[in-house]
Design a protein around this ligand. Structure first.
Ligand code: HEM
Length: 552
C-alpha cells in the first residue's frame, strides 16, 4: 500500500519522486468538528475518508506546522485545517484534469507558493524547500490535462529514488536532520496506526488536555520517542564532513523520516507487522537493514526490537490515555453526583426545618386546644389530664344520661313575664359528669345581639339511688340559691322549687316559686321551660328554650 494524498488533483504519494519534503497526515476521524473542516476544504463529493486517507503537507499553510522542541520535528498542529488545493476551472474543457493551487484565505493570487511562504521563508523551512518540486508538479499536472487524476487512497508506490535533489530539499527540514531515524518514522507510523486502530487517537491528532495526568502521559510520549531516538542515534552513520550527500544516499535507500504520529514520510517504508496495525505497505526489515548497513557501532538492540518496543510503549501510552480519559470522565461524573447529593442534602435540611417548625405549630395548637377544652368542658378541667379517657358514668345517673352534653340555643331562647317585654336570649348549657353519682350543669345566657353575658347559674343534679327522684341544686348570679326536686320519666325531667334563698340585697320583686321541665324532643333536641311566681305575679312561664347538641 502506498500512501497517497486524498486531495483532488493532487498526485502526491509516498515515495514519489521529489516529494521527500512532503509529509502525509491522517484525517482527524475522531474530531468531528475538525474533520468537517477538512472535508469542506477538500471538496470531494460522495467520498468518505478512512483511516487510510491522508492529505499531504502541501495543502497546509506554513503556520499549520510546529516544531517539536526536543528534536525540531515538523508536526502538524492539532488545529490545522488544510486550505491549499487544486481547484478545477469550471467551463474549461478537460478542466477536471487542469488545476491551479489556491489558498482560500487569499482571494486572488493565493497560489500555493505564496501560501507556503516560500519567499522569505527560512532555508530550513520544509515549506520553503517544497517550492521547487511544486513547480515541477504544476507542469506535470499540466501534462496530465484531460486526464482524471483520482485522489489515491491506498495505492502501492515505489521508493523515492528518482530525484537526486530530493535529499537536498528534504535535508534542512527533514526529520532525519532533526535527529529521528527512518526507523523512528516507521515505528511512529506503525504506532500511530495502532493508536488509531485501537483508540482512534493518533499521536499527531492528540491534543493534550489540560489535566496533569495527560501532561504526564504526553511527557511519556516524548520520552518514548526521545528514548528510541537516543537508542538508535549511536547506530546512525557519522557524517563529519558532508552531511547532505551521505544523507541523500541514505534517503535513496531509507525512507525519509516523518514526525512521529500520523505524519508519514514521503519515502517508502514499511511499518512493523502488527496484528492491529493497518496493512503494511513495505516491510520494516529492508529499512532496518539499510540503516544497519550504515552504522559502524551497532546498537545492541535490533531495529525490529526497537520498533516492537516502541509499538508496545505506544500501546501502553494509548491505554494510559484511555484510562486518563475514562478517569477524568468518572471524576466529572462523581463531581456531578456530589453536587446533586449536596443539593438534595440542602433540600432535606430545609424540609427538616419546615417539619420542625410545623411540629412546633402543631404543639402550640394542641396546647391551645387543650386550654379551650379546659375552659369549655368543665369535666376536662382542673386536675384531669387532657388525654385521659372520659370517666365512666355512674349507673346512678344513667336515667339522666340523655341530658349529657354541650348544648347551644337553637333557635334563641324566648323570655317573657307579665311585667316584662318579651325578649330573646342565647344560652349555652353544659351537662356533664366526672364519674360521680351526679351530673354537673351550668347555664350561661347571653344577649342575642351583643353576646353580653346575662343570667348564669350552675349546680348539680342528683338522683336518689334506685328511684327516679331527682334533686336539682342551683346557684344563680342574681343572688338566688334554690333547690328543686322532681322525677325523671323517660327523657323528661319535671322539677319544682322546694327551697329558695337569696342574698340580702337581691333585686325585687323576689321570686317565690320556680318550676322547670327538661325534655329531649323527637328531634334529639333538649328543651327547657321555666316558670316562676313573684311577689307580684302568679306562676307564669318566664323562659322557653331549645338546645342543639354540639358535642357527643
Ligand atoms: C330560674 C331562673 C330565673 C329566675 C328565677 C328569674 C327571675 C326573674 C325575676 C324574679 C325577675 C323580675 C320580674 C319582674 O320584674 O317582675 C326577672 C326578670 C328578668 N329576667 Fe329572669 N329569671 C331567671 C332566668 C332568667 C334568664 C335565663 C334570663 C335570660 C336572659 C332572664 C332574663 C330576665 C330579664 C331580661 C328580666 C327583666 C329585667 C330584669 O329584671 O333584670 N331571667 N327574672
Amino acid at each position: 500500500m502506498v500512501i497517497c494524498c486524498a486531495a483532488a488533483n493532487c498526485s502526491n504519494r509516498q515515495g514519489k519522486g521529489d516529494k521527500r519534503a512532503v509529509s502525509f497526515h491522517r484525517f482527524p476521524l475522531k474530531d468531528s468538528k475538525r474533520l468537517l473542516q477538512w472535508l469542506k476544504a477538500v471538496q470531494r463529493e460522495n467520498w468518505t475518508p478512512t483511516k487510510y486517507s491522508f492529505l499531504c503537507s502541501e495543502h497546509f499553510t506554513k503556520d499549520s506546522f510546529s516544531k517539536r522542541l526536543e528534536d525540531q520535528h515538523r508536526l502538524l498542529k492539532p488545529t490545522a485545517v488544510p486550505s491549499i488545493f487544486h481547484l478545477a476551472e469550471k467551463g474549461e474543457p478537460g478542466a477536471h484534469g487542469r488545476a491551479r493551487r489556491r489558498d482560500p484565505r487569499k482571494a486572488a493570487g493565493g497560489l500555493r507558493g505564496e501560501a507556503a511562504g516560500a519567499a522569505g521563508a527560512p532555508s530550513g523551512s520544509p515549506m520553503a524547500k517544497a517550492e521547487p518540486h511544486r513547480g515541477k508538479r504544476t507542469s506535470r499536472q499540466g501534462e496530465t490535462t484531460g486526464q482524471e487524476q483520482p485522489a489515491p487512497m491506498e495505492a502501492p508506490g515505489p521508493g523515492s529514488k528518482d530525484n537526486p535533489e530530493a535529499g537536498t530539499e528534504a535535508a534542512p527540514g527533514s526529520q532525519e536532520e532533526a535527529g529521528v531515524s527512518p526507523q523512528d518514522s516507521a515505528a511512529a507510523t506503525a504506532a500511530a496506526g495502532e493508536l488509531e486502530d485501537r483508540g482512534g487517537v493518533s499521536v499527531d491528532d492528540f491534543t493534550p488536555p489540560g489535566s496533569g495526568a495527560c501532561k504526564f502521559i504526553g511527557s511519556l510520549h516524548s520520552y518514548s520517542f526521545s528514548s528510541r531516538h537516543a537508542r538508535e542515534r549511536p547506530a546512525l552513520p557519522r557524517e563529519p564532513v558532508d552531511r547532505k550527500r551521505p544523507r541523500r544516499d541514505v534517503a535513496d535507500r531509507v525512507p525519509a523520516p516523518s514526525p512521529p504520529g500520523s505524519s508519514l514520510p514521503a519515502t517508502p517504508q514499511k511499518p512493523p507487522q502488527s496484528p492491529s496495525a493497518p496493512p503494511a505497505d513495505v516491510p520494516p526489515k529492508p529499512a532496518a537493514e539499510a540503516v544497519q548497513s550504515e552504522r559502524s557501532d551497532a546498537s545492541p538492540m535490533s531495529i525490529n526490537e526497537v520498533i516492537l518496543s516502541a509499538s508496545g510503549a505506544c500501546r501502553l501510552i494509548d491505554s494510559l490515555h484511555s484510562y486518563c480519559f475514562s478517569s477524568r470522565q468518572s471524576k466529572s461524573q462523581v463531581c456531578c453526583l456530589r453536587e446533586q447529593v449536596e443539593k438534595k442534602s440542602g433540600e432535606l435540611r430545609s424540609l427538616r426545618q419546615r417539619v420542625s417548625r410545623s411540629d412546633g405549630r402543631v404543639r402550640k395548637l394542641q396546647a391551645k386546644l387543650d386550654a379551650l377544652r379546659r375552659a369549655s368542658l368543665p369535666f376536662l378541667g382542673g386536675l384531669l389530664p387532657p388525654s385521659r379517657e372520659p370517666p365512666r358514668m355512674s349507673p346512678v345517673v344513667e336515667p339522666l344520661s340523655w341530658m349529657l352534653g354541650t348544648w347551644l340555643s337553637d333557635p334563641p331562647g324566648a323570655g317573657a313575664f307579665p311585667t316584662l317585654q318579651p325578649f330573646r336570649y342565647l344560652e349555652e348549657a353544659h351537662i356533664s359528669h366526672v364519674g360521680q353519682p351526679m351530673l354537673n350543669f351550668s347555664f350561661n345566657a347571653f344577649h342575642p345581639d351583643t353576646h353580653k353575658p346575662l343570667h348564669r347559674e350552675c349546680g348539680f343534679i342528683r338522683l336518689k339511688p334506685d328511684t327516679n327522684k331527682v334533686a336539682f341544686i342551683s346557684a344563680q348570679n342574681t343572688g338566688i340559691v334554690e333547690v328543686e326536686e322532681g322525677e325523671v320519666n323517660g327523657q323528661e325531667l319535671s322539677i319544682a322549687s322546694r327551697s329558695i334563698a337569696r342574698i340580702s340585697f337581691s333585686k325585687e320583686p323576689h321570686v317565690e316559686q320556680i318550676t322547670r321541665k327538661f325534655r329531649l324532643n323527637s328531634e334529639g333536641r333538649l328543651e327547657q321551660t321555666v316558670s316562676m311566681a313573684t311577689t307580684t305575679q302568679p306562676l307564669t312561664q318566664h323562659l322557653h328554650i331549645t338546645y342543639r347538641k354540639v358535642t357527643p
